[in-house]
Design a protein around this ligand. Sequence first.
Ligand code: ZN
Length: 149
Amino acid sequence: MSDLQELYQEVILDHNRHPRNFHRLAGADRIANGDNPLCGDQISLYLKLSGNKLEDVSFEGTGCAISIASASLMTEAIRNKTCDEAKLLLEQFRKLVMGEEVAIANNLGKLAVFAGVSEFPVRVKCATLAWHTLNAALENRIAAPVTTE
Ligand code: ZN
């Protein structure tokens, strides 16, 4: 195993052992649940919005190291981003784990540790679970303030 792979392994194991932002979020505007039955990964994602900005993000869940670490790193990456920025990051992350060309990999920061996942197709769903859940939370308007049209 190369030093780089070991480093990546370290980051994923660390976030699995000590997930960041791992709690229910009081006053969340959006809540979405994600499920990956292939592996048994389940997460709940909480978003607190301030206008178009993700003021706070947290999650809870159970699953394999890849799914939990991915959710943990995602919450760190998207906090204080706008919804549009989060969606852009989502698209870049999806490409990364699918093994597609990501010219902007540097923008992904620590999320780049998941590049190796593309070699394990069965793990791709684990790595993207939190992001699919994020997409659902961003699209979900159920918990948003009621507006008259
Ligand atoms: Zn998994």
